[in-house]
Design a protein around this ligand. Structure first.
Ligand code: SF4
Length: 391
């Protein structure tokens, strides 16, 4: 049986953060008043969409599940269990499946954490972003640092042995010192996994139009210092960087992310969720009303195509580009032999010139057919990866 991963999107948050352009709704936001009433119907629709895959379930075994958002931990008691029951009724799950839930402090309770464990969720990701309460307020986060600590302890005590903490660098007004303080506080919790991404100012977010905050963004040099510090501090503490922004204790890399990065097959459930399945890339409608309505009117299996948009039939060139982009972001790099196996072409026929150029200049390493970014290469990865675009 082939392996398949599942992403399940829960698009509800307590309130939108200032920098967020994800597909999520603040259930308390006035502008989308009433969206909260969709929660229960949305869960019904998710379960129906999961069951719509029954038709292909004989071919696949589920290796990883990622319940993301939004804020999945906003769901009420019993709702996540319903989703997991639908998955089990539809698919066969790997014995050592990784099932992750994304959560935010302030929305996790002991009862919910026990429910997660009880329904088979074995990895929890907690969005801290910063241990500095002023920075959290500036980001529009709904929680403070103490609430994060409480959430972390609840997760540990409930039995989670695989916890990720998300943090952010390059925040407006953030000094290197303040970022290091966040890193240290995170390390004290001894999570198994840490993700650190630099803040990106996305168009049409409140942050993008807040001149005062934009003026406080750290300059490139400060950002570089935070980036370098992350690697140093976390390596010393026993974490291995396995992707540009992701660090893990040995044996705790996020298997679900690695499926994306190695072009494994996955299906996305819920609004806006993307899939890469049977050589096609497609995504669901972003319209929650339509999504919920299709499943309410047509039952479990019918007319599911109404909610799906085929983005593209991927050409071999696009797949090879993605394979290189994603593979080179991982510290284990790209195996020439696996590339050949995957595409039926030698990697050197396709990328020989660009590989040679960057190996010579010291930005890439070719270690017996394993091609990866050097330390210098990681620092300028965007520039190098752009050279792997095929005309
Ligand atoms: S909690 Fe996450 S998904 Fe929700 S608004 Fe904030 S950044 Fe966006």
């Amino acid at each position: 049986m082939k392996k398949l991963s599942i992403y399940i999107h829960i698009p509800f948050c307590i309130r939108k953060c200032n920098y967020c352009d994800f597909l999520s709704f603040g259930v308390g936001d006035k502008c989308i008043e009433g969206i909260g009433v969709y929660r229960k119907r949305y869960i019904d629709a998710l379960c129906a969409e999961i069951k719509s895959y029954k038709i292909v379930s004989e071919e696949y075994r589920i290796a990883t599940i990622f319940i993301g958002g939004g804020t999945p931990s906003i769901l009420m008691s019993g709702e996540l269990s319903r989703i997991m029951v639908a998955v089990r009724e539809t698919f066969r799950l790997d014995k050592d499946i990784e099932v992750t839930i994304e959560t935010n402090p302030g929305t996790i309770t002991e009862e919910k954490a026990r429910e997660y464990i009880g329904c088979g969720i074995n990895r929890i990701s907690i969005g801290l972003q910063s241990a500095n309460d002023e920075e959290l307020a500036m980001l529009g986060r709904v929680h403070n640092y103490d609430q994060f600590l409480a959430a972390f302890n609840i997760a540990r005590e409930a039995g989670f042995r695989n916890i990720n903490i998300d943090i952010m660098a390059a925040l407006p007004g953030q000094s290197v010192h303040s970022y290091l303080d966040t890193l240290e506080k995170v390390l004290k919790c001894r999570p198994e996994h840490i993700s650190s991404y630099s803040l990106i100012v996305e168009e049409d977010t409140p942050l993008a139009s807040n001149e005062a905050l934009l003026a406080l963004l750290p300059d490139e040099e400060e950002e570089r210092k935070m980036y370098d510090a992350t690697d140093k501090v976390l390596s010393l503490a026993g974490y291995q960087r396995y992707e540009i922004s992701n660090y893990a204790k040995p044996g705790f890399e996020c298997e679900h992310n690695k499926v994306y990065w190695t072009l494994g097959e996955y299906i996305g459930i819920g609004i806006g969720a993307a899939s890469f399945f049977k050589g096609r890339r497609f995504s669901n409608t972003k319209d929650i009303r339509k999504y919920v309505q299709v499943f309410a009117e047509h039952g479990e299996y019918e007319r599911i195509e109404e909610i799906r948009n085929i983005d593209e039939e991927l050409t071999a060139d696009r797949l090879m580009e993605e394979y290189m982009f994603l593979g080179l972001r991982m510290t284990e790099g790209v195996s020439a032999a696996q590339f050949n196996e995957h595409f039926g072409h030698s990697i050197y026929d396709i990328y020989g010139r660009v590989i040679e150029k960057y190996v010579k200049s010291g930005y890439l390493i070719n270690d017996g057919g394993i091609i990866k970014l050097s330390k210098r290469g990681i620092d300028v990865s965007n520039r190098i990866l752009a050279d792997f675009l095929l005309d």
